[in-house]
Design a protein around this ligand. Sequence first.
Ligand SMILES: [Zn+2]
Length: 176
Amino acid sequence: MINEILLSIVTVTSPNAAVLRQPAEPVTSFGEHTEKFFHSMVATMRNAGGIGIAAQQVGETMAVFAVDVSQCVASGDTCALDRRTVKIRSVSPLAFFNPKITKVSEETNVQEEGCLSIPGVRAKIRRANSVAVRYQDEKGDTHELECGGIFARCIQHEEAHLRGILFTDDAVSGDE
Ligand SMILES: [Zn+2]
């Protein structure tokens, strides 16, 4: 049993806010430390009411983010994990170590987003409708996920964090 701990969330006004702009470094070894970090990220995210969190948001520059959109999807909503159709709720939360977005749909949509690191700010962001992402789980096993909707939006938001990009950088103006 791996116990998670609550981590401090780095916001744009934190003394160590610069970490939010640092690109992530690949994770090369997996084990109890990556499992514990994942569980701690999820506990921290849930405690703050978020649906995604990247390592920089808790002061680390590891290439990993966690996502749990189960409260934002219907019980029957599905994604494709390793080419099998599965219910999103049954595979959440997920850890994405060393993620690479391998495919984005040409179709895009604009929705309002928020971010645990920018409290109180909402902005409309254009994102691809669906994505495919290759990544390793907290044990180091490689997977491929294809998804759409808020799951795809959240993955794009978190993957940008790993490159030091905040959602407000990409905000669209007007009623575009
Ligand atoms: Zn964010």
